[in-house]
Structure formats: structure tokens, C-alpha cells
Design a protein around this ligand. Structure first.
Ligand SMILES: [Zn+2]
Ligand SMILES: [Zn+2]
Length: 310
């Protein structure tokens, strides 16, 4: 869970990022709660199945499509109302406000694996994976940095509303309450005993909210860590980005990360026929029903396409 400064907050420059104990504690608590889902009381195969659906709705649509391809790269356009719905799915993944997420990702593309990259695993894998999340970098928390990298989002009242006062976190809490309430309601409607009803409610909450949140966190972070460490390269980009098939599988398409660095605005991240990108398949479906337009095609300029993996 990231640090999200109030807009306009001036933060004194510090030489190194600083640990944020509150965010680290939240990360630890959710990870510990997630372990409960794998106890005999918390485990259910329905929960495992719901994880696939939850990952698609909140991870693939919310983060991959809304936060990443729509807001960060403008790789496709959808009606504003639908963009808002998709963005709210992303908010329910507890990866920070769209303003904060897009800011960091645009900086990542500008400085990939170089000084100033928020999460390069160049020196330490763990830093690139999740350590950077629970540290504050004063240089990135300045309003001037937001004005430089995300002026388009700052101009959107909806985005400012989500960011101010950490309302994105309140939206997350609200959705967690709603899913938990649905779980307990289902338990009391269909279970034979009170004990079983409570167990169903706990299981729905654990799998529908906690495990799914932790899962989407890690697969998102694997794009920053593993897909900058292991895999093959189609393009000779000036960073360490890799096409990593298992990260692509877990994230429904975001693991073809060398392709993405070679052509950041391209909507499809799979550039070869076997590089399956289910997030892009969803964009194609939206296009078919008239809900997506201006899909940016595969267009790679300035990079030599490699014939052999490295
Ligand atoms: Zn990258
Ligand atoms: Zn990107």
C-alpha cells in the first residue's frame, strides 16, 4: 500500500526514501489474514474459483486496463462513465490512488532501471517487488512532480476527489464491507447452522477481499520485479525489461513487459501469436460491442527486434 501525499504538501528533501510504518503494518496484517484462508476453517474451493474472477475484475480490468492502459498510457478510449467504473475496480485493489499509481508508472517508463526509477530491481529484487511500496520518496511526493507527470489526471475532478483525504482507501474499505456483508447474508440464508453461516461469511470475506487483494498486489509487483529480471527479449530496449510467460499468465497479459517497454502506448502487450494477453482480449470484446475506440495498434519505433531470446 503506497504513501499518498495530500496535494500541495511540500515535503522537505531527504537523501533516501523513508520507511512508512503504518503502511508496512497494513501490508503485514493483510498477509497474516490471508494465511487464515488456507486453514481448514477458512479454505474453500469456491474461494479459489472466486479468486480467478476477482483477479479478472479488480486486477485485470481495474489495474491492467484502467490504471495502466487507460489512464497511464491512453492506449484505448472508453466512455467516461465506463472508465470511472473500471477505475473504481482498480481502487478496490488497494494499490493507491490512480494519481499516485500513474505518477509512479510514468516515471518508471521515463527512467526504467536507471537512477530515479521508483521500483527497479537492479540492485535488490525485493526493493523492486514491494519494498519501495512502504517507503516514501519525498521527491515523488511533491505537488510539482504531480503537475509534471500527471497534469491530465489532476485536471479531472473525479481523480482529485479520489486522491484527496485518501478517499480511494475509504472506497476500498466500503467494497470490503459490502463483500463481507454479502457473504454473511448468504451464509444466514442458506446454511443449516449459525456456526456454518458465520464460517461462510468469513470465507467469502477472506477469499473475496483479503486473498484476492494480496494476490493482485503480488502479481502486479511481479511485473516490476520478475519481468525486469527473468525472461526473453523481443526488443533491444535500453532497460532490463523481459517477456516473462508465467507473469503474463498470472496477470492476464502484463508479463510481456519487454514488448510493453518497447511500445508503451500499444494497447496489446502480446506482440507474437503465442503471447496471449487476456486483458487485450477484453478490450477487443469492448470494441465489438462499441464500448472501446482508438485502440493503439502494435507500433514499435526505435528498437531492433531480436530474433533470439537472451
Ligand atoms: Zn517496467
Ligand atoms: Zn506501462
Amino acid at each position: 500500500m503506497p504513501t499518498v501525499p495530500a496535494l500541495g504538501t511540500a515535503v522537505a528533501a531527504r537523501p533516501r526514501p523513508k520507511l512508512i510504518p503504518g503502511f508496512l503494518a497494513a501490508l503485514v496484517v493483510l498477509h497474516l489474514l490471508a494465511v487464515l484462508a488456507f486453514t481448514p476453517y477458512g479454505f474453500t474451493w469456491w474461494g479459489v474459483a472466486s479468486l480467478l474472477v476477482g483477479n479478472f475484475v479488480f486486477g485485470s480490468i481495474g489495474i491492467n486496463l484502467a490504471y495502466h492502459r487507460l489512464l497511464t498510457h491512453r492506449a484505448v478510449e472508453v466512455p467516461k462513465w465506463l472508465e470511472r467504473v473500471f477505475v473504481l475496480c482498480g481502487v478496490c485493489s488497494l494499490e493507491g490512488s490512480p494519481l499516485w499509481w500513474v505518477l509512479n508508472h510514468r516515471i518508471h517508463h521515463q527512467k526504467s532501471d536507471d537512477d530515479g526509477d521508483p521500483h527497479s530491481p537492479r540492485e535488490r529484487f525485493w526493493w523492486g517487488h514491494m519494498e519501495w511500496i512502504y517507503t516514501a520518496d519525498p521527491a515523488r511526493n511533491r505537488l510539482s512532480t504531480y503537475e509534471k507527470y500527471v497534469p491530465d489526471l489532476l485536471a479531472d475532478p473525479f481523480q482529485r476527489w479520489l486522491h484527496r483525504g485518501q478517499k480511494w482507501a475509504l472506497v476500498y474499505a466500503l467494497h470490503a464491507l459490502v463483500i463481507g456483508a454479502i457473504g454473511f447474508a448468504a451464509g444466514f440464508l442458506f446454511a443449516d447452522t449459525t456456526e456454518r453461516a458465520v464460517q461462510v461469511g468469513v470465507q467469502v470475506f477472506l477469499w473475496g477481499v483479503v486473498v484476492r487483494t494480496v494476490y493482485v498486489w503480488h502479481i502486479t509487483w511481479l511485473v516490476n520485479s520478475a519481468a525486469h529480471t527473468w525472461g526473453y527479449r523481443n526488443y533491444d530496449t535500453d532497460d532490463r525489461s523481459r517477456n516473462n510467460w508465467w507473469v503474463a499468465l498470472l496477470t492476464n497479459g502484463e508479463g510481456w513487459h519487454n514488448n510493453h517497454h518497447a511500445a508503451p502506448r500499444t494497447c496489446s502487450q502480446g506482440h507474437r501469436w503465442w503471447e496471449v494477453d487476456l486483458t487485450f482480449t477484453f478490450v477487443r470484446l469492448l470494441q465489438l460491442v462499441g464500448l472501446a475506440r482508438n485502440v493503439v495498434p502494435v507500433k514499435v519505433a526505435g528498437y531492433r527486434q531480436k530474433t533470439d531470446p537472451v
